[in-house]
Design a protein around this ligand. Structure first.
Ligand code: 0WD
Length: 256
């Protein structure tokens, strides 16, 4: 299986071994890709380096990138351009909202909390697409991570659901923008997976158990399933797919 042989793919958002982006990394490695990483916190960089070493994997490059900061984004992609050159894929797996906005009534969302969630979780895809496309001169794929809370009211997901709705709309508008350059933009909508970020969402355990009860496949989703779907969307196998939201949720979104 060498779906992504010799493809240079940038992965944003590995915080630890539970991160969805780490599941994606393993799938990309299996598909033969060359891996480039961005991180925000020094702590995440250390964890990433250890994970790579423990798994006998190599990174072509690891660069800092805080998606709240345009200069940081520009700097990261400039460095990638200088040291790697052309890239063929980008994985956007970052989001953030204040924990106290992820409980109770959405109507209580503060202006600052709303803007922060939009900034880090939705606008960031716009900003990184703008920089990444400059390096995608052979075409390529961009994949972001979303959740059902964009489409339906999921209790407590609140401000993040609204940010994910903006993210999914951005996937469509960006797909139109960059399609003419041979670049595709898609999202994976994963079911609930226990990660660092998921800890901030209250009632998370319930969301997980309802999947086992109600989803057609009656089993949990894991990082590896999301990883394989993301690798597919980045690859030539998905060359006819753009502007799409692919659910990797054991089919939960189809049931009433
Ligand atoms: O159930 C779940 N866990 C689901 C998650 C279901 C469906 C979708 N998702 C989405 C999340 O909303 C997010 O978009 O998947 C994506 C990845 O989430 P995750 O794997 O659950 O979360 P985590 O392991 O905490 O990684 C998120 C990363 C962290 O990396 P760092 O290096 O900062 O520790 O996103 C990072 C976050 O800190 N992040 C940022 N990265 C760059 N700049 C920023 C930022 N400003 N803010 C947060």
């Amino acid at each position: 299986n060498a779906l992504l042989q010799n493809k240079n793919i940038v992965v944003m958002g590995v915080a630890n071994n539970r991160s969805i982006a780490w599941g994606i990394t393993k799938s990309l490695q299996n598909a033969g890709a060359n891996l480039i990483f961005t991180y925000r916190q020094e702590r995440s960089k250390k964890k990433l380096e250890k994970l790579l070493a423990d798994n006998e994997m190599d990174a072509k490059l690891i660069v800092p990138c805080d998606v709240e900061d345009d200069e940081s984004i520009q700097g990261a992609f400039q460095e990638i351009g200088e040291k790697i050159g052309t890239i063929h894929g980008l994985v956007h797996s970052v989001a953030f909202a204040n924990r106290d906005e992820l409980v109770g009534e959405y109507a209580n969302t503060s202006r600052d909390g709303y803007l922060m969630a939009q900034n880090i979780s939705a606008y960031s895809l716009v900003a990184v697409t703008r920089e990444a496309k400059k390096l995608m001169n052979e075409g390529g794929g961009i994949v972001t991570q979303t959740y059902l809370g964009a489409e339906r009211v999921v209790p407590n997901y609140n401000v993040m659901g609204v940010a994910k709705a903006a993210l999914e709309a951005s996937v469509r508008y960006l797909a139109e923008d960059v399609g003419k350059y041979g670049i595709r933009v898609n999202a994976v909508s994963a079911g609930p997976i226990r990660t660092l970020s998921a800890k901030g969402v209250s009632g998370f355990n319930e969301k997980m158990s309802v999947i086992e009860e109600k989803a057609p496949l009656r089993r949990q989703i894991d990082q590896d399933q999301v990883g394989d779907a993301t690798a597919f969307l980045l690859s030539e196998m998905a060359r006819g797919v753009t502007g799409e939201v692919l659910h990797v949720d054991s089919g939960f979104h189809i049931v009433a």
